[in-house]
Design a protein around this ligand. Sequence first.
Ligand SMILES: C[S@@+](CC[C@H](N)C(=O)[O-])C[C@H]1O[C@@H](n2cnc3c(N)ncnc32)[C@H](O)[C@@H]1O
Length: 195
Amino acid sequence: MTTPPLPRWITDTKPGHSEWYVDRFRTMAADGADLVGEARLIDAMVGRGSRILDAGCGPGRVGGYLHGVGHEVVGVDVDPILIDAAIADHPGPDWRVQDLSTLDLGTAFDAIVCAGNVLAFVAPDTEALVLSRLKAHLTDDGFIAVGFHTDKLSIAAFDDAVAAAGLTLDLRLSTWDVRPWRDDADFAVSIVRLA
Ligand SMILES: C[S@@+](CC[C@H](N)C(=O)[O-])C[C@H]1O[C@@H](n2cnc3c(N)ncnc32)[C@H](O)[C@@H]1O
C-alpha cells in the first residue's frame, strides 16, 4: 500500500504546534469556554444512542461531549499527540490514530463530524478522497457535517470535492449555531449526504 501524502496539519505547521494546540484547548476548558457548540448541533440532529464518527477529532472536545450525552463515538486523527490528549482528557470514545484518506473502519455511522477546519488541513488535493472515505462509513440516512473558514478552503473547491465524492449538499449554514448561509460568510457549515 502506498503511503498517503502528509496532511497540511503536519507540513504547514511549526514543530510544537500540536502541543500548543492541546494546551490552548486545555486552557480554554479551564477558563470555562464553551467548546462544544458543534457537538450540540450534531446531538440535536441525531437519535439517542447514535453512532458518530469524529473525523479529525484533534484533542477530542466534540467526540468527548457526544460520548457524554450517550452516543457511541469513534474519533480518528492523524496526529498521535492529539489522540493522546483525547484519551487523557475525554475517556470513553474509541480514539484512534488514522489518516482519513485511507480510512477503513469496516463500520457505518449515523453522523460524521469534521469540526475545526479539518478539510482545510488534509493533504492538498485529497479533499474528495477524504470525503469519499467518509462516505464509505455512512449509513443510508447518515450525514457528514463539515465546518471550515472560507479563506482556508473555498466553497467552490469544497463543492467540487463533494460532487467528486458522490455526495450531495443538503444544507449550508454560516455558523454552528444555525445562522443562515450568506455568500460573503467567512465560515461555512455544510451538511452533506449520499447523492
Ligand atoms: C484544527 S484541528 C481540529 C481538531 C478538532 N476537530 C477540533 O475541532 O478541535 C484539524 C485536525 O485535522 C486533523 N487532520 C488533518 N488531516 C487529517 C487526515 N488526513 N487524517 C486525519 N486527521 C487529519 C489534524 O490532525 C487536526 O487534528
